[in-house]
Design a protein around this ligand. Sequence first.
Ligand code: SF4
Length: 290
Amino acid sequence: MEVVRITPRGYCHGVVEAIRIAKRVGAERSTQEPVTMLGYLVHNEHVTRELQEAGVELVEESDRMKGLDQVREGTVIFTAHGISPAVVEAARTRGLNVVDATCSDVTRTHDLVRRLVDDGFHVVYIGKRGHPEPAGVLGISPEHTTLIESIEEADRLQLDGKAKLAVTCQTTLSVWDTNAIIERLVHRFPHIEVHNEICLATQERQEAAVLAADHVDCVVVVGSRRSSNSLRLAQVVQEKAHKPAHLVDNATELDPAWFAGMNRIGVTAGASTPTHITREVIAAIEAISA
Ligand code: SF4
């Protein structure tokens, strides 16, 4: 059995930078002053553990404003997914030292939405409810943004057809699903301004996985179930390449039965998956085939 290493895979620039910032702040903390990440800095358990070992505490509450109530003092780190301006303001008002690890690609979407709203647009935002990235973007101007998740919701949207409309999206969605939703919106509202904000790292990993899937029997995606881009990698392999895809957090989750009768296994990894975890998974698959 041959393991095909799909490239690009694993860490993106936003994750590398967020981890660098959090580790630096953790290392610089004074003993009295805690350093707390408000939610998972990036959606990966291994990274979270590593940061906790480096002295960064975790508030697990998914509602950032509620989570902030648990941060009494010291430094609060906002995660790579971005943060609502109201939470930033509340943290400053409470006298916390604020460190922002938002990915520059997410910041670009925030800037875009701010500009569109200033220019009088109503913004349709395609994203996943409950994920921190949409919560941060919608917090910019809740009354001028509407979150939708699907084509069905695009069909049900009640918007003033004469108003200035724009559509944008979460950075880590499926390229194909998002294009289909955008197409439906353009069909319903031909004048809608389109700003597809799926980040390059997400696009490249999905396109490489779908392309490689044509030449393998199945694909293993290394990543956390919390990680939107890891989940989407498995999804696009199944839906676009029609090949089995298995999402595993680490090598212990591999099931040898998945590979029975197979010759070539593709391996990719979400943008928040540490390289050494992917390497262990590859070694474990090779050991199964030996
Ligand atoms: S997946 Fe994209 S948006 Fe998310 S941290 Fe990486 S580069 Fe930034």
